[in-house]
Design a protein around this ligand. Structure first.
Ligand code: G1P
Length: 290
């Protein structure tokens, strides 16, 4: 069984739901407390043992590349001012030299196409895929739980979580035949089912472990929901040939691509921070109590 060493982060999206903030700033660089959304997701991947970080970017996303590079002038200034904690944090957050790769999705053809753009960098090994919009907050990082499941079951793994019945049309939905186990075999999946037609309320949470055989399917994948090349459609084809399991994430999932999810994530992550939680709780209470 091949170890999961590389992770793909599709970061080419325009972020139109967050205009005007995203006119010049990539949506992945918006902060949840004091860390960019993309840094939180890279943190999750590193905690799961990922060694190489592959970003599928687009035009106007170069600041993501800068963010994961060293900033010599800033580091020298911090050193000169004895800001050792800030310096240590910057150093800890920066991946090692050579541990990042950047490629571009030249046209907005959909998630399936974005993943396909990483094929040369991934090569012939299974890989993780993390959608930066989705933040997972739980006792254990979601990808770490999925890698445990991968070691037991092998094949392909998708993270899922229950959503409200009236939200299923916004997500990829998996059918596990009613199984309630944490790790369950996938029977079917459908991308953004029309209202009232979803086979379950288990949504794809934006975390995947995929075999490289997905790339051949993506290469010829026809456009699906929303006129885009959908990863879910290729995964459904792959599920007919290879093992495919869903891992139910028991923590909270925040869709930071929506305003409500983004604001909720900021509150939830602030509440997890011992340095600000007590005062923040009081400040929120004051606001709510008028
Ligand atoms: C993508 C996936 C979908 C998944 C969702 C999670 O959709 O295609 O299966 O449930 O991410 O956020 P998107 O949000 O890009 O439309």
């Amino acid at each position: 069984m091949k170890r999961i060493r590389k992770a793909v982060f599709p970061v080419a999206g325009l972020g139109t739901r967050f205009l005007p903030a995203t006119k010049t700033i990539p949506k992945e660089m918006l902060t949840v407390v004091d860390r960019p959304v993309i840094q939180h997701v890279v943190d999750e991947a590193r905690a799961a043992g990922i060694e190489h970080f592959v970003f599928v970017t687009g035009r106007n996303k170069h600041v993501i590349e800068d963010h994961f590079d060293k900033q010599y002038e800033l580091e020298a200034t911090l050193r000169g001012r004895n800001k050792t904690a800030e310096l240590a944090q910057l150093e800890a957050d920066t991946p090692a030299a050579g541990a990042t790769s950047f490629t571009r999705q030249q046209e907005p053809l959909g998630l399936g196409h974005a993943v396909w753009c990483a094929r040369e960098i991934i090569g012939d090994e299974p890989f993780a895929l993390l959608l930066p919009d989705m933040l997972h907050l739980g006792v254990k990082p979601c990808l770490a739980e999925m890698i445990e499941a991968y070691e037991a079951k092998q094949g392909n793994i998708i993270g899922v979580y229950p959503v409200a019945d009236d939200e299923t049309h916004q997500y990829g939905i998996v059918d596990v035949g009613g199984a309630t186990d944490k790790v369950a075999k996938i029977k079917a999946m459908v991308e953004k089912p029309a209202k009232g037609t979803a086979p379950s309320n288990l949504a794809i949470s934006g975390r995947y472990i995929l075999q490289p055989s997905i790339f051949n399917l993506l290469a010829t994948q026809k456009r699906g929901a929303g006129g885009e090349i959908q990863l879910t459609d290729s995964m459904l084809e792959l599920a007919a040939k290879e093992a495919f399991h869903a891992v139910r994430f028991d923590g909270r999932v925040y869709d930071t691509g929506s305003k409500l999810g983004f604001l909720s994530a900021n509150v939830a992550y602030a509440m997890m921070r011992p340095d600000i939680a007590p005062e923040f709780r009081k400040a929120i209470g004051d606001i709510l109590n008028g």
